[in-house]
Ligand binder design. Structure first.
Ligand code: ATP
Length: 374
């Protein structure tokens, strides 16, 4: 591992402290005419981090990536990379390698020449170039494909060449713009782990744009969840999944039940025709109308006659678990419970059966009605 890194990089990724900020973005705004695509983005990315920009189509992920690259300069705000203000620099004066969704390899150049392209532009000597290209192609399991042309490669192979080409000049920052979305599911999952392993091996600071939550959860050290040109939450995958800061994040990442509730008295909420106890640390001063969020896998069912009462409306077999569709008494919103096949046997579930529903305190989150943050 060490020798591969050495062949690629005489210290490019090893002599910088992991505590240092690689990128500091402040007050970044991007206008397209009257339309504001990015609104006052503030974000710091540490040296060696793998960060995913995650959000629905049109939320501004690619615009932010392109601003960082200098391909679509911001209207306002600053970008500082390793202490250097790059805000006004053209792309060629910035320090990054980029991989696009559509591979974007030179079709008339072989795999070897595609990867060597940037190194030749830097006028490196031939032996040095050969050593670097060989090491890069070995890293992405493409040794032996040097003489092939892009058209003779599969989508996944082309994307691995694109990755090698982006890393060839040892950029400080690797930018990946939906690199996996054009590939079929099986190749995508395989390449996902290859990219992650490569990134960890080299320690190169990486930003990947994706609208695929599973991709972000499995690959990122930290996820930046974006919505309508702004940042909703920045956190580790576990933080984002377990403590979503807003109703938007709660529903965008993973499956989530959202139920309308109204406060009745201290710690007591009305849910349909029923009452639900919810500790004060969950409600955090929210009163009146609110939305209660609970993950399906956190819902437990029993035959007891206490707690919330519900009727089983449907049971779906999903292999590792059962997805139970429930109708809570007096509540219009459906409730989903994901339970293991073994737990389902204990409760002896059947259609139209009445069951008791329980939400553990730590699994409940309340958001103000109207989509605000908790
Ligand atoms: P997707 O996942 O669909 O690629 P995204 O989150 O990457 O979406 P962006 O491509 O960053 O979204 O676009 C953000 C918003 O800015 C969208 O509403 C888009 O229509 C708009 N936009 C992007 N580029 C331009 C442009 N050159 N001119 C005008 N509007 C643009």
């Amino acid at each position: 591992m060490q020798s591969l890194t050495a062949a690629l990089s005489p210290g490019a990724y090893t002599d910088v402290s992991a505590d240092e900020a690689h990128l500091s973005i402040a007050g970044l705004t991007k206008q397209f005419g009257d339309f504001t695509a990015l609104k006052q983005i503030d974000l710091t990315i540490q040296e060696g981090e793998f960060v995913c920009f995650l959000g629905p189509s049109g939320c501004g992920k690619t615009t932010l990536l392109r601003a960082i690259a200098g391909l679509a300069p911001q209207t306002e705000g600053t970008i500082v990379q390793r202490g250097r203000d790059v805000s006004a620099l053209p792309p060629q004066a910035r320090d990054f390698g980029i991989v696009f969704q559509s591979y974007a390899l030179f079709p008339n150049l072989t795999v070897y020449d595609n990867v060597a392209y940037g190194l030749r532009n830097q006028r490196q000597d031939r032996q040095q170039i050969r050593a670097r290209v060989d090491a890069l192609l070995a890293l992405v399991d493409l040794t032996g494909s040097e003489r092939k042309y892009p058209a003779a490669l599969s989508g996944g192979q082309q994307q691995r060449v694109a990755l090698s080409r982006a890393l060839a000049t040892e950029p400080g920052l690797l930018l990946l713009d939906e690199p996996l979305s054009a590939l079929d599911a099986r190749v995508r999952v395989h390449l996902r782990s290859q990219i992650k392993a490569l990134q960890q091996r080299l320690g190169v600071t990486t930003i990947m744009v994706t609208h695929d939550q599973e991709e972000a959860l499995t690959m990122a050290d930290r996820i930046v969840v974006m919505n309508q040109g702004g940042i909703e939450q920045v956190g580790t995958p576990a933080e984002i999944y377990q403590h979503p800061a807003s109703e938007f994040v709660a529903t965008f990442v993973g499956s989530m039940n959202l139920l309308d509730v109204t406060s009745e008295s201290m710690g007591v909420w009305r849910l349909g025709h029923q009452q639900l106890e919810c500790p004060n640390h969950v409600s955090k001063g929210i009163s009146g109308r609110a939305r209660l969020a609970v993950r399906p896998e956190a819902v437990t069912l029993s035959q007891r006659q206490e707690g919330l009462q519900a009727e089983v409306a449907n049971i779906e077999f999903l292999g590792a678990f059962l997805r139970v569709h429930l109708h809570l008494e007096g509540c219009v919103q459906p409730l989903l419970a994901d339970i293991s096949a073994r737990d389902a046997q204990c409760v002896e579930l059947s259609l139209h059966q009445r069951v008791s529903v329980f939400f553990p305190d730590e699994a409940m989150r309340l958001y103000p009605a109207g989509g605000g943050a908790a």
